[in-house]
Every structure is written in structure tokens, then in C-alpha cells.
Ligand binder design. Structure first.
Ligand code: CP
Length: 333
């Protein structure tokens, strides 16, 4: 057999020179920088692989040798609870040698740049660098100078690809599909990297995506990404299959974007009454951290429709899948 690769599929010629199209079994890049770099086959490959990884997490001994002998550096320039912890657990479950570099305990505080830090880490031959950075595009620049694979664990206001993948995995687990679902994303749209990655993923997989927030937090021209945009929460949540709430990112705001948190909650906070406009089997999502009483009422965050802790649990399986597909030994599962 001979084969060639198109943008989306692997084309295979069999012995009779007939062509057949097979779903992808590998990713085209050894980096994960943006959801926009993945086609729908690659996204589905990651989500399918994550199903197998989730099974590993349910075993008594939650460890396989798929990344034995591989070195992974987790380099976080911004605070993180869920992403950093779940990458670390994923790396341990796959038997990688991993280390965490907290910027406050590194030579970054002495003025070393990201590039010099990366070049020095690179000299120690890691296989993967997982980077969270406050600057949009920092992982792309790192990928340009490193032999190691680079995973974007959140760059400024730009993207958070593994969050969108775990969100897609969670939606698929509840709804059995993503295509055709009404997915509503509400809150601080302007500063959200989770929004950007989710729009790319959900549109690639055929969801009907709505975004909703105050005019001051609505990115100009967002409809260009194939989404419906509204400032009216009741219009957005009407008949929704999925409601994803985003927090106000006050650490990225210069100036006042909302009159007060109390007034923001009154207009855009998700309450039990507002959830009732959605489909009866709606799921409520949030990437965390949650600001209770600002974007969401506690009764909703802790209520029967909330899948927030499932999102966190699925983050481990999805990050295992990404690490495995970028650097794993297929014979060592
Ligand atoms: N969702 C998310 O990225 O959370 P952390 O900032 O805690 O990693």
C-alpha cells in the first residue's frame, strides 16, 4: 500500500490501486498551539483517544508506560489550579518524567526572558514544554525556537486549546454529538481565551454557537467567526442545549466595563429562573475559577444541570490524550 496526506484525511491506495479515505490516526503537528490548527478528524481523534484515557483513570492502578522515558516541562507564567494540576496528573499517569517550573521560584524574577528561559530548558532536551503565558502568541514564538513539542496551556486573551477540547469531550459525553446543538457562551467575551478556542472547536464540529454579554465586553465583528451575537441573555438561553458561563476577568481589565458586580449579576448572572428557558436536559458549564454571585448563582453552579466538576475530571483524560498523541509510544499503552 502507498499513501498520501491531504489537509483532512489520509488517502490510501490498496493493491488494486483503489483509493480509500481513512480517518486520521495521528496529528499533523508535534505542537498544540491553536484549535484552528486542527481539522475535525484531528479533534475527533483527540476526543476518541481521551475516551481510552478516561478508562485508565478508572483503574485501581492508574498508570501506563506510554510516555516512559519522555521529559515534560510545565512552565506556568500565570496562576493556574485546574490546568497545571491536570497536566501534572496526566503526565504521571502516562509515566513521563515531568517537572513544574513556577515562575516565582525561577530566574524569571531576575529578569530572564521567556526566550532565554526556553533556550536553557531546551538545552536539557525536554520532549514537551507546556506553556501558560500572559502574552498572546507566546507559545507560537516558543515553538519557533524549540525542538520540543509545545502545548499552549493558555496564552493571554488568545486561546486555551486543551480547555476547549475538554469542553467538547464533556458535551459529547452528555449529548452524544456536538453537531446541531445550540451552545450558548455568556459573560466576559472580550478577555476570554476559552471563548476563542471553543468557538473554533464547536464551529468545526458543526454546533450552532451563540455568544452573549454586555456591549462593552462584546468583541467587535465576532459574527465573522460564524456565531450569533446578542446582548440579551433570555434570547441566548432560549432552547439552549449547553450554557457555558465565563467569569469577568478583572485582572485583564483596564477601566470599568460594567457598572458594578451587583448590576452585572442582575442582567447577566445565570439564575435558576433563567436556566428554565433552556432545554430540559441543558448542561451548565464553566471553565473555572467561578465567581459565585457574579456570573452564576450558587444554586446553579452546584445544581443538577451543572457539569463543572466533570469538566475538571475530563481535563485529565483529554490532556493525557494530547500528550500521548504528540509524544507517546504507541506500543506502550
Ligand atoms: N480553566 C482553567 O484554565 O483554570 P485554571 O486557570 O485554574 O488552570
Amino acid at each position: 500500500m502507498t499513501g498520501s496526506e491531504s489537509a483532512n484525511r489520509v488517502t490510501v491506495l490498496n493493491d488494486a490501486n483503489e483509493t480509500s479515505i481513512m480517518p486520521r490516526t495521528t496529528l499533523r503537528s508535534h505542537h498544540l498551539l491553536s484549535i484552528g490548527d486542527l481539522d475535525s478528524d484531528e479533534i475527533n481523534l483527540i476526543l476518541d483517544t481521551a475516551e481510552a484515557m478516561k478508562e485508565i483513570g478508572s483503574r485501581t492502578i492508574k498508570k501506563v508506560p506510554a510516555l516512559r522515558g519522555k521529559t515534560i516541562v510545565n512552565l506556568f507564567y500565570e496562576p493556574s489550579t485546574r490546568t497545571r494540576t491536570s497536566f501534572e496528573i496526566a503526565e504521571k499517569r502516562l509515566s513521563a518524567d515531568s517537572l513544574n517550573i513556577a515562575v516565582t521560584g525561577s530566574s524569571v524574577v531576575k529578569g530572564e526572558t521567556l526566550f532565554d528561559t526556553a533556550r536553557n530548558l531546551e538545552a536539557m532536551a525536554p520532549d514537551i514544554i507546556v506553556l501558560r503565558h500572559e502574552a498572546s502568541g507566546a507559545p507560537h514564538q516558543l515553538a519557533g525556537i524549540c525542538r520540543a513539542g509545545v502545548i499552549n496551556a493558555g496564552d493571554g486573551m488568545h486561546e486555551h486549546p486543551t480547555q476547549a477540547l475538554l469542553d467538547g469531550f464533556t458535551i459529547r459525553a452528555h449529548k452524544g454529538r456536538i453537531e446541531g446543538l445550540k451552545v450558548v457562551i455568556v459573560g466576559d467575551l472580550l478577555h476570554s481565551r476559552v471563548l476563542r478556542s471553543n468557538i473554533l472547536l464547536l464551529r468545526e464540529l458543526g454546533a450552532d454557537v451563540w455568544v452573549c454579554g454586555p456591549p462593552t465586553l462584546m468583541p467587535q465583528g465576532i459574527e465573522r467567526f460564524g456565531v450569533h451575537a446578542t446582548t440579551k441573555l433570555d434570547e441566548a438561553t432560549e432552547g439552549a442545549d449547553v450554557i457555558m458561563m465565563l467569569r469577568l476577568q478583572r485582572e485583564r481589565m483596564q477601566g470599568h466595563f460594567v457598572p458594578s458586580l451587583r448590576e452585572y449579576f442582575a442582567v447577566y448572572g445565570l439564575t435558576v429562573e433563567r436556566v428554565e428557558r433552556a432545554k430540559p436536559d441543558v448542561i451548565i458549564m464553566h471553565p473555572g475559577p467561578v465567581n459565585r454571585g457574579v456570573e452564576i448563582a450558587s444554586e446553579v453552579a452546584d445544581g443538577p444541570y451543572s457539569v463543572m466538576l466533570e469538566q475538571v475530571a475530563n481535563g485529565v483524560a483529554v490532556r493525557m490524550a494530547v500528550l500521548y498523541l504528540l509524544a507517546g509510544n504507541p506500543d506502550e499503552m
